[in-house]
Design a protein around this ligand. Structure first.
Ligand SMILES: Cc1cc2nc3c(=O)[nH]c(=O)nc-3n(C[C@H](O)[C@H](O)[C@H](O)COP(=O)(O)OP(=O)(O)OC[C@H]3O[C@@H](n4cnc5c(N)ncnc54)[C@H](O)[C@@H]3O)c2cc1C
Ligand code: SF4
Ligand code: SF4
Length: 1024
């Protein structure tokens, strides 16, 4: 039982697939895996870890699938469908897996469309239509449509992850649904397979023939029979997404599904959550991209007034009103605490409002829209709130504020501790006239159950998101049911829709019968039976759903247990509990985590899938090149969570954390810290990988390569003396290959070249410890191993620049000289040697503390080394001293930018020669993670004439030793080719600035260009 399943079952090993899978799962799973491998081109993922990674979505649920299939193309989907039908294995289709109600978790074969089945089949700009495969992500589609001046306007918050197939499955709705409607309003046709394998082509009913016509006739008859029930029970709001769209024949929606009153049969599939057919393609109705927008931010003294005003605000605009979105006090405060969001939020506030409404108008020109904002201002005056509107006419502040609003849910989810905001009544839709009373009443309900809700989102259409904080490991499930029951009564009282945006899934299915009544519920069952009589497609959803509070289906069931481990790093900041009402967290270390806070840090991943994004930002380079769930921050966090809780199937609980399954998931994590910055709940996989490697390597041993990389700072001083000999590796043919075979360094790479003359033996003149402590303009320069031994010119340049700027510079040295230089411990951390890293860091702390205590800046050159002082060194148990040093540790550019802003660099500025050469800047991942990229731009701008341009790049792919390793070479180059290398090649005349030593190496290897450290460029520009 301990042998993990094969990583990927390919066609070559299809013959063994049956035995392997049947051995740990069962006979049917074995046959399924074998047939999928033999008969398709897709990826067949049946290991415990793979299935575990697909057992969850952004909901509270977890159900282990039989297996996972990643089809190469539509034909593979059809074959998989046929095999599943033969073997009677249910199918759960999946896009980005960002559903909040458990739509994509189920005990069948999960088919992941998002990796390959994502082509744009056709764009007809004139007719404003597009035909797409279901796996395409909305933002990717919209990027392709932009040159046509078009977009697909169902702008869900998850636009960077959500696939069109998933959006259709859930009948998703965007912030601008008041203007554009929901998914159902914007789909013109679909092709989809029924479970019998036949392909339905669905479009206008009046033009339908054959099976499509028969389906239409069948549903029409059901709908017509139920006219009185539809009139009595069907919610008459825009935002009703529950059940099947039986009302296509007898419209009940505020906004009819078609503009000409026709019936479109594809609308039957919209919102059907994969239960009726597998979508092959979708024909979409596109809209013209709004030429311009203006935003009025209304500040309200009370939440009630905000809710009460929505009904009046929506009457403004004459068709130009595109959004009215709520942000409440809690959300405002959480945003103000977030350094990335605070400046933006402040631009929207007048005093301390209890809530704000973002009121957007779109049209052809600002001039046309300005009167709309004036009308809004007048209206607020009439409603007794003069002076309450912040007018945002310019695009950039608007865009920034929308980003904060879009991050709303995720901002809330960053709460540490076991109590989490839980999604189950978060999108009930009520008519606007009742919005204020409804929200007020529901707030009382939360209070009754010892919880609190934070409100935000779509006030324009009466769909406000709210998630009470519940602890699902304890009494959360029962409280959830109690609150759901009271909330449903309120929804009924106000004639709203219980499921108004996020779908039914496992969470709301049982409320469908309650909402629509027995007869309509029966009709839903008949539609399901008509299209999928063998109940193959996502069974037990919409029809015959489970109880929402069935804890056997939950990710954090009361039975969830963490296996104790002793951690190498200090994770106590996560080991806390919280108060659901005040959201205050307990003292670090008091949370009761048997894994000393590490498990709770891992559990911060709520599966929202933001790490699947491809836009600007760093997270997550390994996903960007592989598109594999396994090589995604979410997949890694899930793998770790399952391992730490003994749920990795096929592996003994006590061996799971140090298993190869976890190693494989973390293998391509380059430790770029992109997730530390970009993950909304702060999942810091780079740090988690250090912890993991400490345990994994501790058990399985270190390779020669690991030791050579980690101990570099220890042997660099004598190795540099042997520079000519060691450099032969890249000069004598065959030696590189030998080093690949013996040590795993890729023969395709040159290694950093040793220098006999290093910075440390160059006789560079700098101030003594005593001199710097007494100096008027003191600074301490920390020269790391890389810049000291391999690229000593960088360190000399930094010294020169600082001295030219008038600083007394002391180059930090060990307190007790042993021939070695100071080291932050980075190379040891990267290999998981935490104890050795601590020893190095302790020496560094001892050497630097006297300066830090005097408030003297400690300046470094290599981002990953210097920033270790602000990150990992704080969780190595080095106490307050580490904290003191972290407060003074700055990258050279951060220091110079700070000093320039304080007017301290006038001398330096006067000595810098102008340049007219273009300058391209690549930010090191860790610089990005710590917001240290803009200081480089500021510093480069000190050079007269310099116009630095930042390359929008993710990780360069080298990431310390990662890219040098033979096993990672290809992936490393792919990461570099995503944007960095093409950008460098595009500007052959530009000076390329990159502060990371491995970034520079990657640029040299991939684009044959010499990038320079910012210190070198500044030194070059110095004139006497
Ligand atoms: C932070 C956050 C914010 C969100 N904001 C919004 C929002 O603003 N508006 C909104 O509407 N939703 C929102 N959601 C919910 C979710 O993101 C959307 O419903 C999204 O459209 C789902 O897309 P997906 O690709 O992840 O689909 P998935 O979750 O993978 O799938 C959704 C459904 O579609 C089915 N499906 C997928 N592909 C196919 C196919 N080829 N054939 C048949 N069925 C298929 C699945 O079985 C499932 O039932 C949010 C979720 C999160 C976590
Ligand atoms: S790692 Fe972060 S961004 Fe990715 S799914 Fe988890 S919480 Fe979301
Ligand atoms: S550290 Fe970088 S590579 Fe690793 S999971 Fe985070 S974003 Fe991805």
């Amino acid at each position: 039982m301990n042998a993990p399943l094969p990583l990927k079952i390919t066609q070559e090993v299809a013959a063994h697939a049956y035995d392997d899978v049947a051995h740990v799962s069962n006979e049917v799973a074995g046959r399924l895996a074998a047939r999928l491998a033999a008969e398709t081109q897709g990826e067949v993922l049946f290991s415990g870890a793979d299935r575990g990674r697909y057992a969850t979505d952004a909901s509270i649920y977890q159900v282990m699938p039989v297996g996972v299939f990643v089809p190469r193309d539509a034909a593979d989907v059809k074959t998989a469908l046929d095999i599943c039908r033969d073997l009677q294995v249910p199918i759960v289709p999946r896009g980005g897996g960002t559903s909040q109600c458990g739509q994509t978790v189920g005990a069948g074969l999960v088919i992941d469309y998002a990796k390959h089945v994502r082509n744009i089949l056709n764009v007809d700009a004139e007719a404003r239509t597009a035909e797409v495969e279901p796996g395409i992500v909305l933002d990717h589609l919209n990027a392709a449509l932009k040159p046509h001046g078009l977009w697909y306007p169902v702008d869900v918050s998850t636009s960077a992850q959500a696939t069109l197939g998933g959006m259709a499955g859930n009948n998703s709705c965007g912030s601008r649904s008041i203007a554009y409607g929901n998914m159902v309003h914007n789909v013109l046709g679909a092709t989809a397979w029924r479970s019998d394998g036949s392909l339905l082509e669905l479009g206008r009913y009046d033009a339908a023939t054959g099976p499509a016509r028969q389906l239409g006739d069948y549903v029409k008859a059901l709908s017509d029979q139920l006219r009185p029930e539809l009139a009595a029970h069907w919610p008459k709001v825009l935002r009703r997404v529950a059940g099947y769209n039986l009302d296509i024949f007898n419209n009940q929606n505020e906004k009819p599904y078609t503009s000409d009153g026709s019936v479109n049969l594809s609308h039957l599939l919209i919102g059907s959550e994969g239960t009726l057919a597998l979508t092959k393609s979708l024909k979409l109705r596109l809209s013209e991209l709004p030429r311009t927008k203006v935003l009025g931010v209304v500040n309200f003294p009370t939440f009630y007034q905000a809710m009460d005003s929505a009904q009046h605000i929506v009457k403004l605009g004459d068709g130009t009103l595109t959004a009215v979105e709520l942000v409440d006090r809690t959300m405002i405060e959480l945003s103000l605490q977030n350094p990335a969001f605070a400046p933006t939020v402040r631009t929207a506030l007048i005093g301390q409002p209890d809530a704000i409404l973002l009121v957007e108008f779109s049209g052809n020109s600002k001039a046309e829209l300005t009167p709309k904002i004036k009308q809004l201002v007048e209206l607020m005056g009439e409603l007794g709130l003069p002076g309450s509107v912040v007018e945002m006419m310019d695009d950039t502040p608007q865009k920034n504020l929308w980003e904060v609003r879009k991050a709303g849910l995720n901002i809330m989810m960053s709460l540490k501790g076991d109590g989490k905001p839980v999604s189950f009544i978060e999108d009930c839709a009520v008519p606007l006239v009742h919005l204020a009373e409804y929200t007020d009443a529901l707030t009382q309900v939360f209070r009754k159950y010892g919880s609190k809700g934070t409100w935000y989102a779509h006030a324009s259409v009466g769909t406000l998101h709210v998630r009470p904080i519940l602890d699902m490991r304890r009494e959360g499930a029962s409280k959830m049911r109690a609150i759901a029951e009271e909330a449903s009564e309120l929804v009924r009282h106000y004639k709203g829709a219980y499921s108004g945006e996020h779908g039914d899934g496992l969470c709301r299915g049982e409320w469908i019968g309650w909402q629509f009544g027995a007869k309509i519920n029966d009709a839903f069952a008949q539609i399901k039976d008509y299209l999928d009589p063998i109940n193959l497609l996502s069974p037990a959803r919409i029809v015959n759903p489970p109880k929402m509070d069935d804890t056997r289906l939950m990710r954090f069931a009361p039975s969830y247990k963490v296996i104790p481990i002793k951690t190498a790093l200090d994770w106590s900041a996560w080991n806390v509990q919280n108060d659901p009402v005040t959201e205050q967290t307990s003292a670090p270390g008091s949370g009761g985590d048997p894994a000393q806070g590490f498990a709770k840090a891992v559990e911060m991943c709520n599966n929202n899938g933001t790490c699947r994004k491809f836009d600007a930002g760093t997270m997550c380079p390994s996903y960007r090149v592989t598109r594999d769930e396994k090589h995604l921050t979410r997949g890694r966090a899930n793998t770790l969570r399952l391992a730490l809780s003994g749920q990795l199937e096929g592996i003994k609980a006590e061996d799971a954390f140090t298993s190869d399954a976890v190693q494989e998931a973390l293998d391509l994590c380059v430790g770029c810290k992109g997730c530390k910055r970009d993950c909304p709940t702060g999942v810091d996989m780079a740090k988690m990988k250090v912890e993991f490697l400490h345990h994994y390597k501790g058990k399985h041993g270190y390779t020669l390569k690991d030791k050579l990389v980690a101990h570099l700072p220890d042997y660099a001083h004598w190795a540099s003396r042997l520079a000519p000999l060691l450099n032969l590796r890249d000069k004598i043919p065959g030696l590189a290959l030998l080093s690949e075979k013996m040590m795993g360094f890729s023969a395709k790479r040159t290694l950093p070249q040793w220098q006999t003359q290093t910075f440390f033996n160059s006789g560079a003149v700098s101030a003594s410890r005593e001199e710097v402590l007494a100096a008027a303009k003191p600074v301490v320069l920390f020269v790391d191993t890389f810049n000291g031994y391999f690229e000593s010119g960088n360190a000399s340049s930094a010294l020169k620049v600082l001295q030219a700027a008038g600083y007394t510079v002391h180059v930090a040295t060990k307190t007790v000289a042993d021939g070695k230089s100071l080291c932050c411990g980075r190379t040891y951390l990267a290999s998981g040697m935490v104890d050795q890293a601590k020893a190095k860091a302790s020496e560094l702390v001892a050497a630097l503390l006297p300066f830090a205590e005097k408030g003297i800046a400690i300046v470094g050159l290599e981002p990953s080394c210097l920033l270790t002082m602000r990150d990992e060194m704080l969780v190595m148990g080095l106490g307050d001293a580490a904290q003191t040093i972290s407060g003074q540790a700055l990258l050279l550019e951060e220091f110079l930018a700070r000093e320039a802003a304080a007017g301290q660099l006038e001398t330096l500025k006067s000595r810098l020669k102008p340049t007219s050469q273009p300058i391209l800047l690549h930010g090191h991942c860790h610089q990005k993670a710590f917001g240290a990229v803009s200081p480089i731009i500021d510093v480069l701008k000190l050079i007269p004439g310099a116009q630095p341009e930042l390359i929008e790049s993710s990780c360069c792919g080298m990431a310390g030793s990662f890219g040098y390793e033979a096993s990672h070479y290809e992936v490393s180059m792919q990461m570099a080719e995503l944007s960095l290398l093409p950008a460098v090649r595009q500007q052959p005349d530009a000076i390329v600035v990159a502060d990371g030593t491995s970034c520079r190496h990657q640029i040299r290897d991939g684009a044959q260009r010499e990038a320079v450290h910012v210190a070198v460029l500044l030194a070059r520009q110095l004139q006497d």
